[in-house]
Design a protein. Structure first.
Length: 114
């Protein structure tokens, strides 16, 4: 299971940190990351990071968000800075392991509004 924490209401230009930890797993995820789904839109990739530390970001968050992980703990962090109203969405933690597939957290709502 993946358990996310963080989320809530933040003003435009503010910062927020999301954390996600896996429990009950006996392996290290090949890739961990975050996806988000805004109202009326499809779920989209936000940022991912491999166990080797390679990262991928969607263009709209480059330079503002940073993803990191602790492999031994199967945890992934998303530091979000300079938040914009268009970042408002439900954020989902993801872990992928070859031969096992994708694992998803329940989602946490991030609302950017004044």
């Amino acid at each position: 299971q993946l358990q996310a924490s963080g989320g809530g209401l933040v003003q435009p230009g503010g910062s927020m940190r999301l954390s996600c930890a896996a429990s009950g797993t006996i392996f290290t995820f090949n890739t961990m990351g975050w996806y988000r789904q805004a109202p009326g839109k499809q779920r989209e990739l936000v940022a991912t990071i491999t166990s080797a530390g390679s990262t991928v970001y969607t263009d709209s968050v480059k330079g503002r968000f940073a993803v990191s992980r602790a492999n031994a703990k199967n945890t992934v962090i998303l530091q979000m800075n300079s938040l914009k109203p268009e970042d408002t969405a439900v954020y989902y933690c993801n872990g992928y392991k070859r031969s096992y597939g994708n694992f998803w957290g329940r989602g946490t709502l991030v609302t950017v509004s004044s």
